[in-house]
Design a protein around this ligand. Structure first.
Ligand SMILES: C[S@@+](CC[C@H](N)C(=O)[O-])C[C@H]1O[C@@H](n2cnc3c(N)ncnc32)[C@H](O)[C@@H]1O
Length: 373
């Protein structure tokens, strides 16, 4: 079988690496997703253990399509009997990327019609549509003229980890936080600091990664006709030896956010592994008793123009302080204020070893990897 796993655009290589490690399979990169071949075992494994992935889909068909007619024809040719039972309901979700003279709902409607007709031809039965809570969720993706029809095996996106008791106003997606940690090269044996931790997502994800915690949810694959309970239970029982991280420190200037981060860490079951400090990232040396080997941070971006000056001051103050506490530390930063960050960087001795474009929701951002002097 062929699967695709969705991820943050710009982090496909990091996600491919994670899936390769988990499955031992070759993984192909696409825009915002990766593809790999495998059996049910690999699909269960990625759903249970991947930390960078949002959803895993079973690919039914991959073809070129330019018109709605093409989409209908391709979807109509597929036999759905091996996936859906006649008493089950289904829904089609569609996403479109690029210029097309039709909309995503129109794609969903064509695919839905094709599925009903194909299924009726094979069984004489009409499938029920349930857009709210379907048993089987079909996903139609059109990127320019690349059409992929697939089945959602995950259900709700894996970025919804379930530990966000406290909701920050600008949180990072946990799956993106995990991508940043992997991208940085941080390992549990290294010390780690997030100096502007907000609601604590980056440090929490670091502990969950170190301890190799599994994802929990009501996976949609359980409702698929091909689901094999025995293989799934076996996969779930495999004990992956995690480890306690060496030292993880989370700093935040706002007492309210820090309190929220502590609540979230508690909910995630990782409170004992993170030191929370109320402090100012512009003066980190005043609060810290360590020189962190890794800093991974999602600072404010100051999107509004009135905030640009303040953001430049914050970035400059933070980078100078990072330089003071660094012993050749590695810094990974995600920011939408690229200009302000680059200007601030000129004030220190950091060496940018890589920068890349990452789509953070709808927001274009830059991720920098820097060795601090
Ligand atoms: C984009 S948010 C981080 C969100 C976080 N990654 C999460 O998932 O919740 C940036 C955070 O930096 C904090 N911050 C701003 N200036 C700071 C400073 N000088 N020192 C420490 N934290 C600061 C803000 O209060 C805010 O919570």
């Amino acid at each position: 079988m062929e699967f695709m796993a969705t991820t943050t655009q710009g982090m496909e290589d990091v996600t491919a690496e994670e899936i390769k490690e988990l499955t031992g399979r070759r993984v192909e990169r696409r825009k915002g997703r990766v593809e790999f071949e495998g059996s049910l075992k690999e699909m269960y494994r990625v759903n249970l253990r991947a930390r960078c992935v949002n959803r895993v889909f079973l690919i039914l068909q991959k073809r070129k399509a330019e018109t709605l007619k093409d989409i209908y024809r391709i979807s109509r040719e597929i036999d759905y009997m091996w996936i859906i039972s006649e008493n089950q309901s289904f829904a089609v979700r569609a996403t479109r990327v690029g210029e097309h003279p039709f909309t995503s709902p129109e794609i969903a409607s064509e695919v839905g019609r094709a599925i009903i007709e194909s299924f009726r031809d094979s069984t004489g039965k009409r499938l029920k549509v349930n857009l709210e809570e379907p048993d089987v969720e079909i996903y139609a993706l059109l990127v320019d003229d690349d059409f992929v029809l697939s089945v959602n095996t995950t259900g709700e996106s894996l970025h919804k980890r379930g530990y966000r008791k406290y909701q920050h106003h600008a949180p990072i997606r946990p799956t993106l936080a995990s991508c940043l940690l992997r991208y940085s090269g941080w390992k549990p044996r290294n010390s780690l600091l997030d100096p502007m931790c907000g609601s604590g997502t980056i440090p929490i994800e670091a502990v969950l990664m170190a301890k190799k915690c599994m994802n929990h949810r009501d996976f949609l694959f359980k409702k698929l006709k091909i689901h094999d309970k025995e293989i799934f239970e076996k996969e779930k029982k495999i004990e992956e030896r995690g480890e306690n991280p060496k030292r993880i420190v989370a700093m935040e200037i706002s007492p309210k956010h820090l309190e929220g981060a502590i609540e979230n860490a508690e909910r995630a079951g990782v409170l004992d592994f993170i030191d929370f400090i109320e402090g100012d990232a512009k003066r980190m040396e005043q609060y810290l008793d360590l020189s962190p080997e890794f800093l991974v941070v999602n600072p404010p971006y100051g999107i509004r123009s009135s905030r640009k000056r303040a953001i430049r001051d914050l970035y400059e103050g933070f980078l100078k302080s990072a330089e003071r506490i660094s012993g050749e530390s590695l810094l990974v930063v995600i920011t939408a204020a690229e200009k302000e960050f680059k200007e601030s960087l000129k004030k220190i001795n950091g060496e940018v070893i890589e920068e890349r474009y990452v789509l953070y929701g709808d927001l274009p951002t830059k991720v920098f990897k820097i060795i601090l002097g």
